[in-house]
Unconditional design. Structure first.
Length: 328
């Protein structure tokens, strides 16, 4: 089969020719929105609740206006809607000053439906809790994760013509190469240590929370905690791995009392609260190994069944990941 490479990297989609920086991703999305009406319709339906696309829609990339910033993506239908999207490649959110620059531009056009969209690798739960503002001078700020955008593209493929299908599939392949995202079939497990006691003032112990309630919580994206829920979580206490659980669903709370009546009510920073699936027990005792007492690690699911310690499972998992990246 004929192969194409650029700077010793194999090229599989036209979007890779642009590159993998933030602006390159923005241009790729803009082109797909322009060339695929079904994709544009999906996007508008999730942002401004507009369910029909006409030829009068204007899509502008990197549009500069004095004292009003440079927009990543701007989508407008006069007298209907006006959307400005600020795109961030990684787990980054725009500053308040970045978002505020777009407000005069949106106010000037006086469309009935105006919105600022933040495209980010952050989960929407995380972004909703950490955006500097959800509304600026009456204009709503809405986060859309890259994962959600990918779901829109997949949905659009089912209703697209043949040429559009190929372009959208190229876009999906492009995203798969440059984004680090949690696929639904990911086998990475987040292994955490929990104490055997009960925190002062609480009416439930950490172990009972997991074993009896089948729930768990942690801070959202601070002090090394995940910014996005994993597929699997595992618990270690009494010196070894106790159980592995699929995370069935999650929600975000700022008062843990809303999820655990045994915890006194108090407003805090946002937490993920997980509902856990049935415990998966390792076939033999898997000891902790050389991991800090409260250390949290990532392991591939199968390694927790074949390794003698969690530390060994972690090391094997990361060697595999490194090798896969080198070969890819």
């Amino acid at each position: 089969m004929t192969e194409l490479s650029l700077h010793n990297h194999r090229i599989e989609t036209i979007f890779q020719l642009l590159g993998e920086k933030e602006n390159d991703i923005t241009y790729s999305v803009g082109w797909a929105l322009y060339r695929c009406p079904s994709f544009l319709k999906e996007f508008l339906g999730k942002t401004v609740d507009y369910d029909s696309v006409t030829r009068d829609v204007a899509i502008r990339l990197q549009d500069f206006r004095k004292n009003q910033g440079i927009t990543d993506i701007e989508i407008e239908l006069p007298n209907a809607f006006h959307v400005i999207a600020e795109a961030k490649r990684g787990w980054v959110l725009p500053t308040l000053s970045q978002l505020a620059r777009y407000v005069p531009r949106l106010k000037k056009r006086k469309s009935p439906d105006r919105k600022i969209i933040v495209l980010t690798a952050c989960s929407e739960d995380f972004a909703n809790c950490n955006l500097p503002s959800r509304k600026l001078d009456g204009i709503q700020v809405q986060p859309i994760s890259w994962r959600s955008l990918i779901r829109m593209a997949r949905s659009a493929i089912r209703r697209s013509k043949h040429v559009e299908k190929r372009l959208l599939q190229d876009l999906l392949d492009y995203f798969a190469r440059i984004m680090i995202m949690q696929d639904i079939d990911s086998n990475w497990v987040y292994v955490v240590a929990i104490g055997r006691g009960t925190k002062k003032g609480w009416g439930i112990s950490w172990v009972d929370m997991v074993e009896k309630k089948r729930r768990y919580f942690h801070k959202m994206g601070v002090h090394g905690w995940p910014k996005e829920p994993p597929n699997y979580i595992a618990f270690r206490y009494r010196g070894h791995l106790q159980s592995i659980h699929h995370i069935e669903r999650h929600r975000v709370v700022v008062d843990l009392h809303d999820a655990f009546r045994e915890i006194p009510s108090k407003k805090r920073d946002p937490f993920f609260v997980y509902e856990l699936g049935p415990p998966i027990k390792p076939p033999r005792k898997v000891r902790t190994g050389k991991i800090y007492a409260n250390g949290r690690v990532w392991c591939m699911l199968d390694t927790l069944f074949t390794s003698g310690t969690i530390a060994q499972a972690r090391n094997i998992s990361h060697k595999r990941e490194k090798l896969a990246k080198e070969e890819g």
